[in-house]
Design a protein around this ligand. Structure first.
Ligand code: HPA
Length: 248
């Protein structure tokens, strides 16, 4: 049984050849795309294209609930989420790979919980450490095994999008303690936990956040950086050892 899921974001759709597709309908709706069975190298995974295949669903319109429900239905217990981000900490450069250990949620109006009506069981998940489980540790071990640089730690600020932030918004996020900014890790990470799955966010720095770099953010430059980084992401994922996930 494949217990690992890969949620692929911008620039990560073609990481691995698809072996088999499985269309899933959930009680919460249809996920962004059919689940695609992929062979990472050491581990098998269900890959879900977060923005659809082809890429078309903006971050605030993604049905994160249907996506996480579909992965849980397929038997996933561990989720590696690939998230393109802007860097707020100037030490983090475009192309860097980062494993955040914290997050702050600035999104609004998204369907963010399965405990959403009096008919559903009310669940207050524990979420003090959103990314602290074996999936994160397996990613660190994989990076060390293949010598891929992986920055350990950071705080992901989840913004609503689809527009990029103002420089003042980024200064506020920095003052709050955020080192990275992206649009997709929430409510995805919390829903994964509600669905009983251990979630790790593998962030790919695409650009310095608004006001952090000297130049205006260019979408073409973001795509160039992400394309270059995906080779390292693939090498890292190919080294993920399924036996390190089994403790969850
Ligand atoms: N802000 C928010 N999300 C992002 C960014 C950014 O600068 N870059 C990539 N995803």
């Amino acid at each position: 049984m494949t217990t690992l899921a890969l949620v692929a974001g911008t620039g990560a759709l073609e990481l691995f050849p698809v072996e088999q597709e499985r269309a899933i309908e959930t009680d919460w709706g249809r996920p962004s795309a059919a689940l695609a069975r992929v062979d990472l190298g050491r581990a098998q995974a269900w890959l879900l294209a977060r923005h659809g295949r082809p890429h078309r669903i903006p971050p605030h319109r993604i049905d994160y609930r249907a996506n996480m429900a579909a992965l849980a239905t397929a038997g996933a217990r561990h989720v590696i989420a690939i998230n393109a981000v802007g860097s707020i900490d100037p030490e983090l450069r475009p192309g860097d790979l980062v494993l955040p250990d914290q997050l702050i949620d600035y999104t609004w109006g998204r369907r963010h919980t399965f405990s959403d009506s009096a008919d559903e069981p009310l669940e207050h998940i524990e979420f003090a450490e959103p990314f602290a489980g074996p999936t994160r540790r397996a990613l660190r071990a994989a990076a060390a095994a293949v010598g891929v640089d992986l920055y350990d730690g950071g705080c992901y600020g989840a913004t609503q999008g689809p527009r990029l932030e103002t420089a003042a918004e980024i200064r506020r996020l920095a003052a709050d303690g955020c080192t990275l900014v992206g649009m997709t890790a929430m409510p995805e990470a919390a829903l994964a936990r509600e669905a009983g799955m251990d979630y790790a966010s593998l962030c790919v720095v695409a650009n310095p956040a608004a006001g952090v770099g000297a130049d205006a953010i260019s979408i073409e430059a973001i795509h160039r950086v992400l394309d270059e980084a995906m080779g390292r992401v693939r090498r890292l994922l190919a080294a993920v050892r399924p036996d390190l996930l089994s403790e969850h």
